[in-house]
Write a protein that binds this ligand. Structure first.
Ligand code: AMP
Length: 280
């Protein structure tokens, strides 16, 4: 496994790879866990060569505190990546990714960014789009891998690639969970013991939504979710939506031939946890 800290050195490394080889790319912000590694393993299986980036992207954080508190475990990350036979790791500086000023570009994602995470995290998806586009231009991957844990992000990146006619295939990866069902996240390490114990309620609630989806009205399912968290002292519901997987628009009706997913964001103290599930 080779580690590169500058664009120039990475591009020199990449230029030595046979041009017929397929290049899989997995962007991350580090603090790696088994969820990230499951993506790297999938990328290894589907490509001749895999690049993982570790970059905590300042422009996608709407709160300075959250950026500051984001966990950094670089030595452990490198050990884990070595274990799954990652080929190249790219760890750029902020100045390398943002040579002029640390600012997002404005994107038109056909309103996919106006709902859910986009509505609650100002400028988040412009920040994500900016860094992912920059990384794609530097690395020029054949395929790039995104977790369905951030399903809205996956759809937005697909939209960006389609609109800009970028030559990269965007591949979704299933949500990887702890044994008790909590979606793995770098933020989970910041949960107190009490919060960690309560957090599996998030997926349990989503599973309940799925099990009652066929026979209940959407308004009824939403009420069930709101009531579940109203009575909870540890977890606060920020939003719960049932949305069309393509448009991400929230719905109150189940239309035929449309796939829906339930999306949830919950606060445990200051720590924000998200999850989602396919309903039909
Ligand atoms: P992050 O480091 O949080 O930016 O995540 C990097 C990539 O890993 C993103 O595509 C995430 O959606 C994905 N990811 C994070 N956690 C999980 C998980 N539990 N299961 C699947 N993918 C995940």
């Amino acid at each position: 496994m080779k580690i590169f800290k500058t664009i120039e050195s990475l591009q020199t490394g990449l230029s030595l790879i046979d041009t017929n080889m397929s290049l899989g790319f997995v962007p991350t912000m580090g603090a790696l866990h088994q969820g990230h590694l499951s993506i790297v393993k999938k990328a290894k299986k589907e490509n001749d060569f895999v690049v993982v980036s570790i970059f905590i992207n300042p422009t996608q954080f709407d709160k300075a505190d959250d950026l500051k508190a984001y966990p950094k475990t670089i030595d452990n990350d490198l050990e884990l990546l070595k274990d799954v036979h990652c080929d190249f790791v790219f760890i750029p500086d902020v100045e390398d990714i943002y040579p002029e000023n640390v600012k997002s570009s404005n994107f038109d994602f056909d309103d996919l960014d106006k709902v859910m995470e986009g509505a609650f995290r100002d400028g988040h998806f412009d920040g994500v789009g900016t860094v992912v586009k920059r990384l794609f231009e530097i690395i020029e991957p054949t395929k790039a891998y995104f977790g369905e844990k951030d399903f809205q992000q996956f759809q937005i990146i697909k939209k960006m690639v389609e609109k800009d006619h970028m030559a990269v295939q965007i591949v979704p990866c299933e949500i990887y969970r702890e044994k008790d069902g909590l979606a793995m996240s770098s933020r989970n390490t910041r949960l107190s013991e009490e919060q960690r114990k309560e957090a599996p309620l998030i997926q349990q609630t989503l599973l309940k939504c799925k099990s009652i989806y066929a026979e209940r009205e959407i308004s009824n399912i939403k009420k069930m979710v709101e009531d579940t968290f109203k009575d909870n002292d540890i977890l606060d519901l920020e939003y719960f939506e049932i949305a069309d997987v393509q448009t991400l628009l929230s719905t109150n009706d189940k239309l035929p031939n449309i796939k829906y997913r339930a999306f949830i964001a919950v606060f445990a103290g200051k720590i924000r946890l998200i999850d989602n599930i396919a309903l039909n």
